[in-house]
Design a protein around this ligand. Structure first.
Ligand SMILES: Cc1cc2nc3c(=O)[nH]c(=O)nc-3n(C[C@H](O)[C@H](O)[C@H](O)COP(=O)(O)O)c2cc1C
Length: 362
């Protein structure tokens, strides 16, 4: 569809929600339980206010930065979200093409409908990370890690906030399942319960993940790979320190887009605590509720090295495939640049904490 009237992420969201089939729309947009955290993620960015500096030469803006030593053109990356072929037949390949063409990083989900190998073959230039759900079957886990290594991934993002699946009410009422024409591509060639099951592969996949995980298992992971391990789903300073002590090389603040424990704090509201605990020893990333360039700038000011977006690229994908995903990322890049210029900030790597404050009560 024509996309020139869609000028912000919310336009893409609205358009995508009107186009998608109810089951897919609900799967992408839902949060856990009452959706309190889902809405707080977005609302809490709006409680922060900017304190711009005037009379700064903003003719040259540097948006480049590095993530664990790898360059990205701007600090907005694609968070891991499963089953992207529900949004568009090209699925993760289209999102990856959009990310690669803009020079940013994409994190592929364990539950993807395009394989690591397919992305690596088509897009050798893409900065690709792999999101790992540790499986009860450690041999299977090891094979997933090896696939990520072979595909040239530059990091393993281990999700630590999913000992069990949060309750997504619409998934229950819609009897959400993986359509028969799709499969979890990274697991297709591996021996797992998925192969012997004709039933709902979405439900089967979730039974394969390990609910006994502790930080010691993260230590184990660091012994089976040379890839840097990143803990995704950290919400407290204490856990950030645990993650570092277990060998993680970066901390990814996330509440899974409000899809796990409802009632946890928004990610932007805990960022400062995590950054303080990490105390410069590692990079800190954030996702959850980022919808505008000013949201990105606020997260950078509070100490994030980069942010990730989950639903926004899915909505772009649903509206116009690769072009839609690229447009969404381009909107965020352009909004961030303008927000920096209007704030007197010239480099994404040196955004001052002073730039943000909580809304004053009058
Ligand atoms: C449809 C959907 C599927 C997701 N699948 C995964 C996943 O497979 N693994 C994971 O670690 N996080 C997953 N997430 C969470 C995202 O990685 C990310 O934390 C979240 O979407 C960020 O919030 P945002 O959507 O407000 O940007 C998923 C989120 C959505 C919306």
């Amino acid at each position: 569809m024509a996309t020139n009237s869609l000028v912000c992420v919310n336009d893409y969201e609205e358009q995508a929600l009107s186009l998608l089939d109810k089951r897919v729309r609900d799967y992408y947009s839902c949060g856990a339980d009452d959706g309190q955290t889902l809405s707080d993620n977005v609302a809490d960015f709006r409680r922060l206010r900017l304190r711009p500096r005037m009379m700064v030469d903003v003719s040259n803006i540097n948006m480049k930065t590095t993530l664990l030593g790898q360059e990205v053109a701007f600090p907005v990356c694609v968070a891991p979200t499963g089953i992207q072929k529900l949004a568009h037949p090209d699925g993760e390949l289209a999102t990856a093409r959009a990310s690669a063409s803009l020079g940013t990083c994409m994190c592929l989900s364990t539950g993807s409908t395009v394989s690591l190998g397919e992305l690596a073959e088509n897009l050798p230039e893409l900065l690709l990370w792999f999101q790992l759900y540790v499986c009860k079957d450690r041999d299977l886990t090891r094979q997933l890690v090896k696939q990520a290594e072979r595909a040239g991934c530059k990091a393993l993002v281990v999700t630590v906030d999913r000992p069990e699946q949060g309750t997504r009410r619409t998934s229950i009422t819609n009897k959400f399942s993986l359509p028969l024409h799709l499969s979890f591509k990274n697991l297709d060639s591996l021996k797992s319960p998925l192969q012997s099951s004709q039933n709902n592969k979405y439900a089967v996949l979730h039974t394969m993940f390990d609910n006994t995980l502790t930080w010691e298992d993260i230590q184990w992971l660091t012994t089976i790979t040379n890839l840097p391990v990143i803990a995704k789903g950290v919400l407290t300073g204490v856990d950030a320190v645990k993650a570092l002590e277990s060998g993680c090389k970066a901390i990814y603040v996330s509440n899974h887009g409000g899809r796990q424990l409802d009632g946890v704090c928004s990610t932007i509201s805990v960022l400062s605590e995590v950054v303080k605990a990490v105390n410069g020893r590692a990079e800190v990333y954030l996702d959850g509720g980022v919808r505008t360039g000013t949201d990105v700038l606020k997260a950078l000011a509070l100490g994030a090295r980069a942010v990730f977006v989950g639903r926004p690229p899915l909505y772009g994908l649903a509206v116009a495939g690769e072009e839609g995903a690229r447009n969404v990322l381009t909107i965020l890049r352009n909004e961030l640049k303008l927000a920096m210029q209007l704030s007197g900030v010239t480099d994404v790597q040196s955004v001052s904490r002073d730039l943000v404050t909580y809304r004053a009560s009058l």
